[in-house]
Write a protein that binds this ligand. Sequence first.
Ligand SMILES: Cc1ncc(COP(=O)(O)O)c(C=O)c1O
Length: 417
Amino acid sequence: MNMIHEWNTEATALDQADELRDFRNRFYIPEKNGKQAIYLAGNSLGLQPRMAERIILEELEDWRVFGVEGHMNSRRPWYSYHKQFCEPLAELVGGLPVEVVAMNALTVNLHLMLISFYRPTPTRYKVAILGNEFPSDRYAIESQIRLHGYDPREAMIEFDDMDDDAILRSITVHADTLALVHLSAVHYYTGKFFDVETITHAAHDAGAYVGFDLAHAIGNVELNLHQWNVDYAVWCSYKYLNSGPGSVGGAFIHEKHVGNGNIPRLAGWWGTDEDTRFEMHPSFVPTYGAESWQLSNAPVFSMAAHKASLDIFREAGMKRVSAKRELLTGFAERVILDAIGNRSDIRIITPSNILRRGAQLSLELDTKGNDVYNALIDAGLVVDWRNPNVIRIAPVPLYNTFGDVAVFGEELVRAIT
Ligand SMILES: Cc1ncc(COP(=O)(O)O)c(C=O)c1O
């Protein structure tokens, strides 16, 4: 039990030195067994910012007071509600404000991007994805391949090897027929952060477009999508962005595409030029920017929670969040490695290279994984289980402490002994 004592001592010192430690008070921490839970599931659903309730109530109040006139007269006019997110989201993805938009949900946005960037021809019609990509992305891509009259069994290339070099080799092999490369920037199962920049260059060299799913990346790792020359990206906001279950997602479309009228897109009235939108013209005049991919007017109540969260990110700054994440996840890695000792039936499958991972660590258990998971849950932790045999934990810099990680280590030792 000496190591548990050492973890606790180290955690106390690290928490004291943590300049972001007060941000934890901006969130509600769920309770389990009558006390604050050790919540390590922010990669699944981020916690509620305390300000979310107030901002949602303000929007309800403005609706009550103004009715339809709230579109223009409320404290944050609903007509342009989405615009307040362009700058903070641009900071988080490393893009220009004109390249990002908060809208819809992730899979809907992926379909919108596929309409624009998967434009197969008889010679170039293949899409490359990870063999173990998140199912929603796979379903979306398969259905789009069928929509264009191709057979996914022939038109979909699967990267079986998660290694970046293997992916690059596969892109080269299929260069003549590849129309699109799509993958998660951070993988939901392993927590691996792919080399987005190098993969993007390789896909472009092969003559393909390239896009990323940022569900597990945005608000977790630092991104530089504009400079990396990524064509599109899509995300949800309920994980590291703490904006609430099913809250509004977002999309990035590179500046080089946003003004290109030749790119096909599904159109709706919220994508038209806002100065003339209410003139009700029969013809669609796209507004300049990613906003022209919008279909519908803004879902204000879910965006109110989004605002509460993005305000916190702006104050904390992604650089500081990322610096703490490296320390916190590094500490969690050491604690887990100490806890499992020389056992060969349990291992961390997330890369040990800090450049190739975010907050999440995935623990693979050969046997009794479910028992270990249940023991952790019973002990008051919130972690997550992914079939067939992985426990995922994600210490989140904005609200988790090094102390949380030490408690996790202690309970892990109990659960696996
Ligand atoms: C990697 C990844 N992609 C896509 C989705 C689906 O997101 P949505 O239901 O918001 O479309 C999720 C949901 O957790 C996810 O983790």
